[in-house]
Ligand binder design. Structure first.
Ligand SMILES: [Zn+2]
Length: 275
C-alpha cells in the first residue's frame, strides 16, 4: 500500500494513459480492501482500510470521480438475475397450478350429483314459493271480491233519514223508488228471514260475512228464501209499498252483529258507500 501512495504522490508526467490505468486499478483494489475490511470487521483490516481512505483523500492528478466507481461484478449480477427469473417463473407456474386446481374443484362441485340435487331442491322450493304467493294473491283477490260492499239499490233517492219521528225511532233510511225496483244483497252472506213481517211488510233479512244484518222492508216481491247464500249484488227481490208505508220506497236498516239498529248513513260512509 505504501508503494501505491508513494507512486501517486510522485506521478510521472509522461505516459498519461498508463498512469490513469494504474490509478483505476489501484482504486479498484482499494475498494476491494475496503469491502473486506467492512465485512470482516477485524482490527487489522480496519486499520488498513483507514490507511487506504487516508491515501484516497490525498489529491490525485486525475479525475477522482471516475476512479471511485466500484467495478461491476458482471458474473455475480448475471447469476443473480438468472436466479430472479427462475424464481419468478416458479412462482407464476405455482399460481397457475393453484388457479387450475380451484377451477377443477369448482367444476367438480357443480357437476356432482349432490350439487345437482341441491340445485333441483332450490328450484323446487322457489317454484313452491311462487305458487303459494300466486295462490295467496288469488285468494286475497277472491276474498276482496266476496267481502266487497255494494248499495242495495241503483240510483238511491234518500227520502227520510234515521232518527226519532213522531215520538218513535225511525230505525233506518228510506229510499224513494217505484214499485218493482230490483234490490240486491249488499255483500256475501246468508238469508236469515224472507217473509211478511207486520209493519215492515214483505221483508228480507241478510246476515253478512262480518256479522252485520240488513233489513229490506216494504218489498213487493221476494226472490230468495231463508237459508239462501247471497253474494255482493245478487238479487233478493223487488221494492214495493207493503206494510206500514206511505208510498213506494225501500226501508233499509243496519244491525251491526245483529244487535240494535244504527244510522245507516254513517255505516254506509264507513263502507265507502255514498247513497
Ligand atoms: Zn223507513
Amino acid at each position: 500500500m505504501a508503494s501505491y501512495v508513494g507512486r501517486r504522490r510522485a506521478p510521472k508526467p509522461r505516459r498519461g494513459r498508463a498512469r490513469r490505468a494504474v490509478v483505476v486499478l489501484t482504486t479498484g483494489a482499494l475498494g476491494v480492501v475496503g469491502a473486506v475490511a467492512t465485512s470482516s470487521a477485524a482490527q487489522s483490516s480496519t486499520t488498513t482500510h483507514r490507511d487506504a481512505v487516508a491515501g484516497m483523500a490525498a489529491p490525485l492528478p486525475v479525475a477522482f470521480t471516475v476512479s471511485r466507481r466500484p467495478l461491476p461484478n458482471l458474473a455475480a449480477q448475471a447469476a443473480e438475475s438468472t436466479a430472479a427469473v427462475v424464481e419468478r417463473t416458479r412462482q407464476s407456474r405455482e399460481q397457475a397450478r393453484y388457479v387450475a386446481s380451484r377451477r377443477a374443484a369448482t367444476r367438480a362441485a357443480l357437476a356432482s350429483p349432490g350439487r345437482q340435487e341441491e340445485k333441483k331442491r332450490a328450484q323446487d322450493a322457489a317454484r313452491t314459493v311462487i305458487a303459494e304467493r300466486t295462490a295467496a294473491a288469488a285468494r286475497a283477490k277472491k276474498v276482496a271480491k266476496i267481502h266487497r260492499w255494494v248499495l242495495p239499490i241503483n240510483h238511491p233517492n234518500l227520502s227520510s233519514p234515521f232518527g226519532h219521528r213522531w215520538g218513535r225511532l225511525h230505525a233506518g233510511l228510506d229510499f224513494s223508488t217505484p214499485v218493482g225496483t230490483p234490490l240486491v244483497a249488499m255483500s256475501s252472506g246468508v238469508v236469515t228471514k224472507a217473509e211478511y213481517s207486520g209493519g215492515y211488510g214483505l221483508k228480507v233479512e241478510i246476515r253478512y260475512w262480518d256479522g252485520t244484518v240488513s233489513y229490506f222492508a216494504h218489498m213487493s216481491e221476494l226472490s230468495v228464501q231463508e237459508g239462501d247464500l247471497v253474494a255482493p249484488g245478487s238479487p233478493v227481490g223487488k221494492s214495493g209499498n207493503t206494510g206500514n208505508s206511505t208510498g213506494p220506497h225501500l226501508h233499509l236498516e243496519i244491525h251491526p252483529e245483529g244487535g240494535d239498529p244504527v244510522d245507516p248513513a254513517g255505516w254506509l260512509a264507513a263502507h265507502h258507500l255514498n247513497p
